[in-house]
Design a protein around this ligand. Structure first.
Ligand SMILES: NC(=O)C1=CN([C@@H]2O[C@H](COP(=O)(O)OP(=O)(O)OC[C@H]3O[C@@H](n4cnc5c(N)ncnc54)[C@H](OP(=O)(O)O)[C@@H]3O)[C@@H](O)[C@H]2O)C=CC1
Ligand SMILES: CC(=O)[C@@H](O)[C@H](O)COP(=O)(O)O
Ligand SMILES: [Mn+2]
Length: 383
């Protein structure tokens, strides 16, 4: 069961935890490709340790630095726009972990699927932008898309042994983020430092802001629709502040299965990389006596409007989720630069949903055009 991996985004939160899993299981995993955008020092360190055949540094200005460090180790170094899409096609790879953030994950994932590589999917934006196209392509090429996202891994783990049984609904759990229970008056003036303090998970900046605004849960609703072939009314979101139950599936007899454990992304990463096997691990174990109560409540979609936008995008279909995704990427980047306020992120997304050209049955080229148009319009947004 040797897995020869390309890890796209190896220097990020998911990428570094994936390399911990790899390091603990050297008989099972081989690293063929590592990629990064800006963190050349860490990429060089990872390459020296894991000895891939190839690395990609997406920022072209850093190519010389990475090349001169890795040339003596006989590790090939690439850069440039098309590099990710070409390296994922290498013969020696059989699985690609998409641990890079944002829309940038879409085109390399499509290239990997076309080349017949199984996908361990962390980059939820790929399915948000073009879920129908990507899942159809995977089916056509007999490629598995194995979820890494903790909620989707939980659902997938509940479904193992049940694939013949219809799902009545799934229950996606949400932590509620750092601003759970807060009203709009409070949210008006929150800072990025407050928003970057997730109560349970340590993650990259973009997804942490998405969690604070409930956009992450919205993106996950769309991701779940495409991964598990659901209609929007089969997807319920429940706030569960402890993040111990990672999500649930309700079957047609009313029985509910839940997957639980401490919030530790190494568990779903490892399961996606080793599926169908479960590998032994020394990750900390859950202790029931430390969690005397697990609590649940409804999400407040009047205050956290982004979750509602995601359901709206699903009901409109076409390229609407692609519009929401691009607008959200611009909104989060602007918030992180202190250019807009927390609540203005939702105003910007709503504006784009009204103004960007709607396409009912988009092709890949339409998604690329939509992403460009939505980013342009989002950048023009003024308050
Ligand atoms: N972190 C988590 O626990 C979870 C993450 N996810 C999803 O996984 C994905 C990765 O998240 P996370 O690890 O937190 O993100 P990080 O920001 O920590 O890491 C992102 C990685 O992608 C690279 N990267 C960023 N932008 C680009 C680009 N335009 N082109 C190529 N590479 C790029 C970064 O390189 P560099 O650092 O070198 O600049 C880095 O290696 C996201 O889609 C997120 O939603 C899902 C569930 C949980
Ligand atoms: C770890 C993971 O999968 C994240 O997507 C996490 O779920 C974020 O937490 P919330 O969005 O529920 O706050
Ligand atoms: Mn998640």
């Amino acid at each position: 069961m040797k897995r020869n991996l390309a890890i796209l985004g190896s220097t990020g939160s998911i990428g570094t935890q994936a390399l911990e899993v790899v390091a603990a299981n050297p008989d099972i995993f081989e690293v063929e490709v590592l990629t990064a955008q800006n963190n050349a020092d860490l990429l060089i360190e990872q390459a020296a340790k894991f000895q891939p055949n190839v690395v990609v540094i997406s920022n072209e200005a850093l190519y010389d630095k990475v090349f001169s460090a890795l040339d003596p180790l006989d590790i090939k170094v690439y850069t440039g726009e098309k590099s990710l899409s070409s390296v994922v096609q290498m013969e020696s790879i059989n699985m690609v972990l998409t641990a890079l953030v944002g829309y940038a994950g879409l085109i390399p994932t499509v290239a990997a699927i076309k080349a017949g590589k199984h996908i361990a999917l962390a980059n939820k934006e790929t399915l948000v932008v073009a879920g129908e196209l990507v899942t159809d392509l995977a089916q056509k090429n007999r490629v598995d898309i194995l979820p890494v996202d903790s909620e989707h891994s939980a659902i997938f783990q509940c479904l193992v042994g049940e694939f013949h049984n219809p799902i009545e609904k799934i229950i996606l759990t949400a932590s509620g983020g750092p601003f759970l229970g807060r009203d709009r008056d409070f949210l008006k003036s929150v800072t990025k430092l407050q928003a970057l303090k997730h109560p349970n998970w340590s993650m990259g900046a973009k997804i942490t802001i998405d969690s604070a605004s409930l956009m992450n849960k919205g993106l996950e609703v769309i991701e779940a629709k495409w991964l598990f072939g659901l209609t929007p009314d089969q997807i319920e979101v429940v706030v569960h502040p402890q993040s111990i139950i990672h999500s649930m599936v309700q079957f047609e007899d009313g029985s509910i299965k839940a997957q639980m454990g401490l919030p530790d992304m190494r568990v779903p990463i490892q399961f996606a990389l080793s599926y169908p096997a479960r590998l032994k691990s020394d990750f900390p174990r859950f202790d029931f006596s430390k969690y005397p109560s697990l609590t649940f409540q409804r999400p407040d979609i009047q205050t956290f409007r982004n979750l509602g936008f995601a359901f709206e995008a699903l009901s409109q279909g076409g390229n609407m989720a692609c519009i929401v995704n691009a607008a959200n990427e611009i909104a989060v980047a602007s918030f992180l630069r202190d250019e807009i306020g927390f609540l203005e992120m939702s105003d910007l997304i709503e504006d784009c949903m009204h103004r960007v050209s709607f396409v009912k049955t988009p092709t890949l080229e339409d998604y690329i055009r939509t992403d460009e148009e939505a980013r342009r319009i989002a950048m023009e947004f003024s308050f």
